[in-house]
Design a protein around this ligand. Structure first.
Ligand SMILES: [Zn+2]
Length: 293
């Protein structure tokens, strides 16, 4: 399942072809993905120009310029468990990275196809269909059901130890569970919560409240940022059937320190501990009982 760094990797892969581009045709092969697509989805996007591609938590946000009677809108895209974009360029067009070239035939799981004015084709495929797309007025973005209530963006300027501390204070739940709660910090999933707690030397079993003090919250906030930035730098990880926009498998999973490493030696210098797996609220937690306190 793509987490924040993978989604950011996809955004960065799509930005060069979508930003500033005009959509000339939308092919919609189903009425729904995880949710029904909005009414007149293809018609509302046809002819519109994308001004910018942003990300909030695990949502990719394509800002659609106002046109005629339509004001600025935002195309919200979520990859779910298995959603993936591929970019197909017209012959001879130079595209960033290792994107596929040539126009493909329609594949069974190619649900949405965007054809851009410059001849680029962007295909969204999602065989499990947990992903979705929605189109909202830009003025409604922050209050729409997808984004309302999300906690601070961990890589945003507003994210700091004091903010994190305020959101952990007084909570008896394990810090692991509190971090998976999207109201605490937006966009963190199981893998990067495990990795961040290991980097911070904080046990996943601690209560959230006990991490709210200045020393631990500072360590944790810094660890969250660094683990996400390292993952983005590595191009995002690839687990199971997820691949990023260039169709190539990522490689960050080999760099996980504790995730999926049960029984292996802890890699923190001088620790000597062994990575353990426990189950917390139905999810596997990997951690080192020796250096995570
Ligand atoms: Zn250790």
């Amino acid at each position: 399942m793509p987490e924040l760094p993978e989604v950011e990797t996809v955004r960065r892969g799509l930005a060069p072809v979508l930003e500033g581009g005009r959509i000339v045709h939308v092919t919609q092969r189903r009425p729904d993905l995880r949710f029904p697509l909005p009414p007149r989805f293809a018609a509302r996007l046809t002819g519109r120009r994308i001004s910018r591609l942003d990300r909030r938590a695990k949502y990719i946000l394509a800002r659609i310029e106002p046109q005629g009677a339509a004001g600025e809108e935002v195309l919200i895209m979520h990859l779910g468990m298995s959603g993936r974009f591929t970019i197909h360029g017209p012959e001879g067009k130079r595209l960033p990275g290792l994107f596929h070239h040539g126009m493909p035939g329609a594949e069974r799981h190619d649900h949405i196809v965007f054809d851009m004015e410059d001849g680029t084709r962007i295909v969204y495929a999602d065989h499990r269909r947990f992903g979705f797309m929605d189109l909202v007025a830009a003025t409604d973005l922050e209050t729409c059901a997808h984004l309302a209530g999300l906690g601070p963006e961990p890589l945003g300027n507003e994210f700091a130890a004091a903010i994190l501390s305020g959101r952990l204070k007084g909570r008896r739940a394990p810090v692991k569970a509190a971090l998976l709660d999207q109201r605490t910090v937006a966009g963190l999933g199981n893998i990067y919560v495990c990795e961040a707690l290991w980097r911070a030397g904080i046990s996943p079993n601690r209560s959230a409240a006990s991490v709210a003090g200045p020393v631990r919250s500072e360590r944790l906030a810094a660890a969250i940022r660094s683990v996400l930035l390292d993952a983005i730098a590595a191009g995002g990880s690839t687990l199971r059937d997820y691949a990023h926009t260039d169709g190539e498998l990522g490689y960050f999973q080999h760099a996980f320190a504790v995730y999926d490493r049960e029984g292996e030696a802890c890699s923190k210098p001088g620790c000597g501990g062994t990575v353990k797996r426990i189950v917390q609220s139905g999810r596997s937690t990997f951690y080192c009982p020796r250096c995570q306190r």
